[in-house]
Write a protein of this length. Structure first.
Length: 101
């Protein structure tokens, strides 16, 4: 079943995105293409494939990029020293998502 503009708007709403009509028309074929590809992948028989916890490294190989050694932590004051605004021991940041229902 092909996607509709309503479906694109629904996905955009889930992601808290406001799309223009032009963007909806642009993203409709792109999203539809991605979902068709996923459907194609779902048709593959994977019953003989063992589940993998890590796809980048074999199970016996260590995936760490560096040795995990203890290091000195920053104190709270040091961590907040260059913050544009701090309060109550935390970074203060502007609200980025405002949603009206």
């Amino acid at each position: 079943m092909p996607l509709s503009e309503k479906d694109v708007r629904y996905v955009a709403d889930l992601a808290h995105l406001e799309l223009t009509e032009e963007e909806v028309k642009k993203f409709l074929p792109q999203l539809d293409s991605v979902l068709q590809y996923v459907q194609k992948l779902n048709e593959l028989d994977t019953s003989a494939i063992e589940p993998m916890a890590q796809v980048t490294y074999p199970g016996s190989e260590n995936a760490a990029f560096r040795v995990d050694e203890p290091r000195r932590n920053l104190s709270q004051d040091e961590a907040l020293a260059n913050a544009p605004e701090a309060g109550a021991g935390s970074f203060k940041v502007p609200r980025v998502i405002e949603r009206e229902d």
